[in-house]
Design a protein around this ligand. Structure first.
Ligand code: F6R
Length: 621
């Protein structure tokens, strides 16, 4: 949450791009991380110039157009997801210290800010905002006064802070550097020629360089025009890990679609294909070579715990059905933020699988750390290369789905499910639980999924038309069973977060235990119908559930497998998806629900890429 960028370049670079251009371009790409307010500060001619404005980045740009900044070759920029203090102009970053000579931006939460604020107030400081960030700015200002060195001042200041933070600072007396620190909050360095960059993630500088450096926890980095110097919080020197960014700026553009969300929905065939790519050897055997846990250790796995939040947790629930079925290893799925507060039973034969698109979700990161402390092996299923969760895990299975910019997850969800299937099959192969022929049959079916998603996308117009006609609907329910249950939950979540409509997903069997009381005349109910070719009883039970809600006035909209004529007579609308193995169906049945939510929200005139109150990367607990 919160996007941060920093830049410093040689003065002659100003002809190419001034600091402000770099900062605004970075903020544009990072806006998905928070869009309550935005701000920039540059240093030129011995003064700090800053502009900040509540609302989206566009408001800040208007503000700057009204009051232009003098050209500068270093600066910092911020886009905010509010934690301490509402989304006002005053609370927007940057915040200032050392009598306005120092500007600071921040991502995270400083937990001891109240105590520090009291001390600073007693020492005569006054505050213009309600933020925890301003406390860090004043503290850093004091440390600068004492040391006269911005890097050392940052080192002293961060050692007084508790919580999670990335801080970036510039000072009028240090116009040759931008100094940053990170603890439990993301920060990467971009390497240029005669210029260097800082960003919450690589999209903050992808337009300018594809060479980057990862930082570890509790490190401070000082960037100048020709150097990147890293130290630990205890002052010892450190080395960053250099990496090449293997996607280009166009991957983070809308490419002709009206929104990133639409683009990412349409990228799903490729996302699934890329997740599957290169996972087998010449003999067709699965080889997951990013798994740095030995086959012997994996074979000893007695229990799997999947940790994730939101959409990623629904992917984890799909994974549970498949992994248990294929490996006979018990799988628990737990919301990461609940996990460590319930004294979970873990030992070294427990495999903890975290699932996260961003790899930075604080709830998931904390749960993974806790699991490690308890002796578990940890494996991360993640989309973002080099992010914190995979870096801190024993093993990683990257999704390779490309950048996901829209705040609501779509292509990452399908890629997460695909990667979980690969993990399940790999474990089954290791433990001899499935014959190699069975594994290759499932893999062959998985390889056919991208084409089948494409078929759904090509025939999406009736779903969109239905959505457009339902813009005034106050509530929609979603039902599913077996792997259709997490799909129903995901369908409801997409509708809530994009269209701000009350939506609930239920296990269809649970309906009669209470939720059926919600059904009244005209209530729309989506039903994700299992394949009639799977367990017979499951399909017929869902058909009965459809009849039960219809008998009470519901308007039923079904998502069913091609040729499942049994549901047609009980459906107001039916959307068919191509046939596949019952366990693989979520990769298809989810897609109409995503399209529906996106089209309905668009019809209501909402911004589907940046829904209200949300942020893409939830880096606070
Ligand atoms: C919903 C959505 C969120 C995320 C959740 C976890 O559309 O995107 O529910 O799935 O915040 O995020 P990651 O996967 O980055 O850990």
């Amino acid at each position: 949450m919160c996007g941060i960028v920093g830049y410093i370049g040689l003065p002659e670079k100003i002809a190419e791009h001034q600091a402000l251009d770099v900062l605004l371009e970075g903020l544009r790409r990072l806006e998905y991380r928070g869009y309550d307010s935005a701000g920039v500060a540059t240093v030129a001619g011995g003064t700090i110039e800053a502009r900040k404005k509540s609302g989206k980045l566009a408001n800040l740009i208007d503000e700057i157009e009204g009051a232009p900044l003098v050209p500068a070759s270093l600066g910092i920029g911020h886009t905010r997801w509010a934690t301490h203090g509402g989304p006002t102009d005053q609370n927007a970053h940057p915040h200032f210290g050392d009598d306005g000579r120092l500007a600071v931006i921040h991502n995270g939460i400083i937990e001891n800010f109240a105590e520090l604020k009291q001390k600073l107030s007693a020492a005569g400081h006054t505050f213009d905002s309600q933020t925890d960030t301003e406390v860090a700015a004043k503290l850093l200002g004091e440390a600068y006064q004492a040391t006269g060195d911005l890097t050392e001042a940052m080192r002293q200041a961060v050692n007084e802070l508790d919580g999670a933070f990335t801080l970036l600072a510039v000072h009028t007396e240090a116009p040759d550097r931008v100094v940053a620190a990170r603890r439990n909050s993301p920060l990467v360095v971009g390497l240029g020629e005669g210029e260097n960059f800082l960003g919450s993630d690589v999209s903050g500088f992808i337009d300018f360089t594809r060479e980057a450096v990862e930082l570890e926890q509790d490190q401070i980095v000082t960037i100048t025009t020709g150097d990147v110097a890293i130290i630990n919080f205890d002052g010892t020197p450190a080395e960053g890990k250099r990496f090449h960014i293997n996607w280009d700026a166009s991957a983070a553009e809308k490419g002709g679609y009206a929104s990133f969300m639409e683009k990412e929905i349409h990228e799903q065939p490729k996302a699934v294909e890329d997740t599957l790519l290169g996972r087998t050897d010449a003999s067709g055997k699965l080889t997951l070579d990013e798994l740095r846990i030995s086959p012997e250790e994996l074979k000893r796995t007695s229990k799997i715990i999947v940790l994730a939040c939101g959409t990623a947790a629904y992917a984890g629930t799909v994974a549970k059905y498949a992994i248990e079925h294929w490996t006979r290893i018990p799988v628990e799925v737990e919301l990461a933020h609940e996990f460590r507060y319930r004294d979970p039973i873990i030992d070294e034969t427990t495999l903890v699988v975290s699932i996260s698109q961003s790899g930075e979700t604080m709830d998931t990161l904390m749960a993974v750390r806790y699991a490690k402390e308890q002796g578990a092996r940890t494996l991360s299923i993640c989309n973002t290369n080099g992010s914190t969760i995979p870096r801190e895990s024993d093993a990683v299975l990257y999704l390779h789905a490309g950048p996901e910019i829209a705040v609501a997850s779509t292509k990452a969800f399908l890629a997460m499910i695909t990667a979980s299937y690969l993990l399940g099959l790999y474990l089954a192969q290791l433990r001899g639980q499935l014959f190699s022929g069975q594994i290759s049959d499932i893999l062959a079916d998985l390889h056919k999924i991208p084409g089948k998603i494409q078929t759904i996308l090509d025939g999406a117009e009736p779903i969109k038309a239905l959505a457009r006609g339902m813009a005034q609907t106050p509530s929609v329910l979603f039902l599913g069973r077996h792997v259709g249950f997490p799909v129903a939950m995901e369908g409801a979540l997409k509708l809530k977060e994009l269209a701000y409509i009350h939506a609930e997903g239920f296990a269809a069997g649970e309906l009669k235990h209470g939720p059926i009381a919600l059904i009244e005349e005209g209530q729309p109910v989506f039903v994700v119908v299992p394949s009639p070719r799977g367990r017979d009883s499951l399909h017929s039970k869902v058909v009965s559930n459809i009849q039960e809600v219809r008998a009470r006035g519901a308007k039923t909209i079904t998502v069913a497998e091609d040729g499942d004529d049994a549901v047609t007579e009980f459906s107001e609308n039916v959307f068919f998806v191509p046939e596949t193995q019952p366990l693989l169906m979520p990769l298809l049945t989810t897609v109409p629900l995503q399209i529906f939510a996106c089209a309905l929200a668009t019809e209501k005139g909402y911004d589907v890429d940046q829904p209200r109150n949300l942020a893409k990367s939830v880096t606070v607990e």
